[in-house]
Design a protein around this ligand. Structure first.
Ligand SMILES: [Zn+2]
Length: 231
C-alpha cells in the first residue's frame, strides 16, 4: 500500500517538474520572439540567417569622403573599391588553387594562412558573389595615409563532399606614404612589407628585414594593400 502511494507521489512529482520546465522554456522563448516555434524552427531560422543574410557593413563614406577629396583630388574611391574586390576574388581563387600565384604582401600572407587552415583537403569556392564594398575608415598620421574598405560576399564552400553556403566579409587596408619627411617611428599604423607581408619596423630603413625588398621603391607612388582580414 505504502509502496503504491510512493509510486503515485513520484509520478505526480515528475509530472509537475515536467510542466514547470516546459512552462519556463516557453516563457523564455516568448521573451525572444520565438513564440509558437519549436527548437527545429529556431535552428532552421538561425541557419537561414547565417547562410542567406549578407554580413552587415558600416559605411563611413559620408564622414571621410570630403577630406579624402581634399587630400587626394586625383584619387577615386570607387576605383579603390573595385581594386579591393579584385584582391578578394584573387585571394579566394588562389586559396582554392592552393597556390599564392602572383600575389604579394599581406594578400599573399592571407592566402598562405588559409591554405594551411584547409590543409590537404581539396576545396572550391563556387558561385562567388560580392554584395557590397564600403569605405569604413580613413587615417592620416605621421605622413602615412590608410584607407580601409569592408566587403561583404557569399560563396558555396565545397569541402569533404559537402557544399555549404557561406556569408563572409573582409577588411582591406590600402596604405600610401604621402610625406616621407614626416614619417617617424612613433605611429600607431602598422606597416607591412608590400612584397612578403612581414611587419616593417621603420620606413627609415630602405629594405625589408625579412625579404630584403626595397621599400621606398613601392611606397609613396600608389596605394598598396597593407592588410586583409576576415572579421
Ligand atoms: Zn618583405
Amino acid at each position: 500500500m505504502y509502496f503504491l502511494i510512493g509510486v503515485i507521489v513520484l509520478i505526480l512529482f515528475i509530472l509537475i517538474l515536467y510542466l514547470v520546465i516546459r512552462f519556463r522554456i516557453r516563457r523564455f522563448l516568448n521573451q525572444f520572439g520565438f513564440s509558437g516555434m519549436n527548437i527545429k524552427d529556431i535552428v532552421e531560422e538561425a541557419r537561414l540567417e547565417d547562410e542567406e543574410i549578407p554580413k552587415s557593413l558600416a559605411s563611413m563614406e559620408s564622414i571621410y569622403l570630403k577630406q579624402i577629396h581634399k587630400d587626394f583630388p586625383e584619387l577615386s574611391v570607387e576605383e579603390m573599391k573595385k581594386k579591393a574586390e579584385i584582391i578578394i576574388m584573387d585571394c579566394y581563387q588562389a586559396i582554392s588553387k592552393k597556390s599564392v600565384g602572383s600575389l604579394k604582401g599581406k594578400a599573399k600572407a592571407f592566402v598562405e594562412e588559409k591554405i594551411q587552415e584547409f590543409a590537404d583537403k581539396p576545396i572550391a569556392f563556387q558561385n562567388f558573389k560580392i554584395h557590397n564594398t564600403v569605405l569604413s575608415k580613413y587615417r592620416k598620421e605621421s605622413g602615412i595615409v590608410v584607407l580601409t574598405f569592408s566587403t561583404a560576399f557569399e560563396y558555396y564552400l565545397e569541402i569533404d563532399g559537402s557544399n555549404k553556403k557561406i556569408q563572409d566579409r573582409v577588411k582591406i587596408d590600402f596604405l600610401s606614404v604621402w610625406d616621407f619627411s614626416k614619417c617617424s617611428s612613433a605611429h600607431s599604423i602598422s606597416i607591412h612589407c608590400p612584397n612578403c607581408g612581414s611587419p616593417v619596423s621603420s620606413l627609415q630603413g630602405n629594405h625589408c628585414d625579412y625579404c630584403g625588398s626595397v621599400l621606398l621603391k613601392d611606397f609613396g607612388k600608389v596605394f598598396i594593400c597593407n592588410d586583409i582580414v576576415q572579421y
